[in-house]
Design a protein around this ligand. Structure first.
Ligand SMILES: [Fe+2]
Ligand SMILES: [Fe+2]
Length: 137
């Protein structure tokens, strides 16, 4: 469970909006897995995959547009985590409904990673993009 107050804010409002949607979805998924609701857990896992693809590809398109130098480092983190989310989704949906896998991954790995990622790479990226956009106008 992440509260809105725990969500680090970056310099770009559209990125903050996406991150807020992300934590709402993660909290819904975490609650569904904790209450052992198979249908809801599947739905929120699939929504999380879709939302994460849009979240990451949106940031990547902006970084490429403005030639953000550490793009490969940021993109590599995105690729790794998207693959993890896809793997957990596949294992849960094809298997016996392993709720402990979902809970351990979401609460123990994805949530702390996301907060750290926003505080570091997304924060630096947002500052760079805001300055690059200002320089253009
Ligand atoms: Fe982000
Ligand atoms: Fe990011």
């Amino acid at each position: 469970m992440i509260t809105q107050e725990q969500l680090p804010m970056v310099a770009m409002p559209s990125m903050n909006d996406t991150h807020l949607e992300d934590i709402i979805l993660i909290n819904q998924l975490s609650a569904a897995a904790a209450s052992k609701n198979v249908a809801a857990t599947k739905i929120f896992l699939e929504e999380l995959v879709e939302h994460t693809i849009a979240h990451f590809s949106g940031e990547e398109a902006m970084m490429q547009e403005h030639n953000f130098p550490p793009y490969p480092i940021h993109k590599a983190q995105h690729d790794r985590v998207l693959q993890e989310i896809k793997n957990v989704t596949k294992i849960f949906c094809e298997g016996e409904g392993d709720f402990s896998l979902v809970t351990a991954y979401v609460d123990g790995s994805l949530t702390p990673w996301l907060i750290d990622h926003i505080q570091t790479l997304d924060t630096v990226t947002a500052m760079f993009l805001v300055n690059a956009t200002k320089a253009q106008s």
